[in-house]
Write a protein that binds this ligand. Structure first.
Ligand SMILES: NC(=O)C1=CN([C@@H]2O[C@H](COP(=O)(O)OP(=O)(O)OC[C@H]3O[C@@H](n4cnc5c(N)ncnc54)[C@H](OP(=O)(O)O)[C@@H]3O)[C@@H](O)[C@H]2O)[C@@H](O)CC1
Ligand SMILES: [K+]
Length: 491
């Protein structure tokens, strides 16, 4: 897992590390890493035109020192000082000593913009002077007529570093070079896509980060490790049998999509219980279907939700699975049935895993308030309140546990912002739970795979939920360890 730390923890680590180092060492390490990445982007540093947007703090200092390194290699470096009375003096001297200059306006030619406006000291969106300078620099063109590349120092300026919120104007970076560790703004909220590609420069901070990370971010290896390995002795119940109670005669699509999602998982069998049984079997002949949950036969996890409606029969379905000792996913309509609080005791009293998968509107109904600017904290509050793992959908889906652990999914895709994709996700999540994964691991794994499937589907053009469901199976197979083979090595 990759890890992101909050600003207060970064500052504490920085203080502890700096006490052991000569003054300015950390900034030199940061600037060296920043300049290295800028040089890679420029390819030919000699003769390149670099504009620095320099704020009053150490973020501006990083930009000035990196500018000095690039100027020493022959770049024409111009610094726009946003607050000339409060500039990092040593950094400015280094730039000037290397042949860089200051100006009030960006020069005519700009190949690269280094955003050193503000870093972890940020408060609120970009201030007007900074926004105006950015706008002008962005309007320039590079030596070959191209749009300038924007490299953000530590974070794209204007974002809320601890929450990933974007409260006003902010920089949209192509690349963000960050130092010591990731911060929440790189991985959650609307800030995350503004960072572009994130490069983490090692400045020796990591051993000094004593606090627990605020957010964990799974990578491919984590997902490969999480997916159950099939053994030759497996049968359907060792692989996991999942029960799906979604959709209805009126909304058969939800049932088809969620069973499709479940079939793409590592499950040994999918059972369906509900009004859309005929449609489901037609679409997926391997699914064993009945009308009611109580008639479904043995399953090892339940998915209840979308397209079920909110009538008495739907409420009975939710009550039945909540009263069981099986892992349960509640999605869509099932979440709306929780709003009146009549099932709160059933929910909180469970010892088997429960995963809730709200989007923002469902979240607001459940929690009584919108997720707001701090989506991680909001998901953590709801998880603690409901004693459930909460998967809060979004461009960077968040998974929070009742004990306060938070994960951010890195594979988000705009392609998934389309009706029915949530049904696919819920089905997949159910099959992972039935396969025995811990609920937070199942939720993180499902979000990751679902995101990849969305991206894969989007390569073919506009995406529907069926495209995502169809893309899911090959995505899962690609990450799931293959069947064991008997290898005979010739003597
Ligand atoms: N930690 C580490 O390990 C290391 C940290 N390093 C670097 O130091 C950076 C932190 O530096 P920092 O503490 O000096 O704060 P910083 O981010 O420059 O901001 C303060 C200035 O910004 C201003 N300002 C505030 N909000 C604003 C807005 N919305 N729009 C515009 N301006 C705004 C604010 O103005 P004020 O509120 O005072 O009026 C003040 O002048 C860190 O991100 C990294 O780059 C590396 O060198 C080495 C390792
Ligand atoms: K910045």
């Amino acid at each position: 897992m990759r890890k992101a730390w909050r600003v207060a923890d970064v500052r504490a680590a920085e203080d502890a590390l700096m006490a052991h180092l000569p003054e300015g060492t950390l900034m030199q390490r940061a600037a060296a890493g920043l300049a290295r990445r800028c040089a890679l982007i420029l390819r030919n540093v000699y003769g390149a035109h670099v504009t620095l947007l320099v704020g009053a703090g150490n973020n501006g200092g990083d930009a000035l020192y990196a500018g000095a390194i690039l100027a020493n290699r022959g770049a024409a470096v111009t610094a726009i000082l946003l607050d000339p009375a409060r500039v990092h003096e040593a950094g400015l001297k280094a730039l000037k000593d290397s042949g860089g200059r200051t100006a009030e306006q960006p020069p005519r030619t700009v190949d690269l913009i280094i955003d050193g406006i503000v870093g972890i000291g940020a408060k609120g969106g970009l201030r007007s002077g900074a926004a105006a300078a950015l706008h002008k620099a962005q309007g320039r063109r590079g030596r070959h007529g191209q749009r300038p590349t924007i490299v953000a120092v530590d974070v794209p300026s204007g974002v809320d570093v601890d929450t990933g919120d974007v409260p006003g104007k902010a920089v949209q970076a192509d690349v963000t070079v960050t130092f010591g560790c990731l911060k929440p703004a790189h991985v959650v909220g609307p800030a995350a896509p503004l960072a572009g590609e994130v490069e983490l420069v090692d400045i020796g901070l990591r051993p000094w980060l004593m606090a627990d990370p605020a957010i964990l971010v799974p990578d491919r290896k984590d997902i490969v490790n999480a997916l159950p390995k099939h053994r030759p002795t497996d049968e359907k119940y060792t692989r996991g049998v999942v029960g799906i109670a979604t959709g209805s005669k009126t909304y058969p699509g939800a049932a088809i999509l969620s069973t499709w999602g479940a079939l793409a998982g590592p499950t040994g069998m999918v059972r369906y219980a509900g009004g859309a049984r005929q449609y489901v079997v037609q679409a997926h002949p391997s699914v064993v279907a009945t009308d009611r949950i109580t008639e479904a036969g043995r399953v090892q996890a339940w998915v209840v939700g979308s397209g079920l409606g909110t009538d008495e029969a739907a409420a009975t379905a939710v009550r039945t699975v909540l009263a069981s000792s099986l892992p349960v996913v509640l999605d869509a309509d099932a979440l709306n049935l929780l709003v009146d609080g009549t099932m709160a005791d059933l929910m909180r009293g469970r010892s088997a895993p429960l995963v809730l998968t709200p989007h923002d509107r469902e979240f607001a109904r459940l929690a009584g308030e919108e997720p707001g600017p701090d989506r991680v904290a909001a998901a953590q509050r709801l998880a603690a309140h409901t004693n459930a793992v909460v998967l809060l959908k979004g461009d960077r889906t968040i998974v929070a546990t009742p004990s306060g652990q938070a994960y951010a999914n890195p594979t988000g895709s705009a392609a998934l912002a389309t009706g029915g994709t949530g049904d696919v996700l819920a089905g997949l999540l159910g099959s992972l739970l039935a396969g025995g994964l811990r609920p937070e691991v199942a939720a993180v794994t499902a979000a990751y795979l679902h995101g990849l499937a969305g991206r894969e589907a989007a390569r073919q053009g506009p995406v529907s939920a069926s495209d995502v469901a169809a893309a899911l199976r090959p995505v899962v197979n690609d990450l799931r360890p293959g069947d064991q083979e008997n290898v005979v090595t010739p003597k």
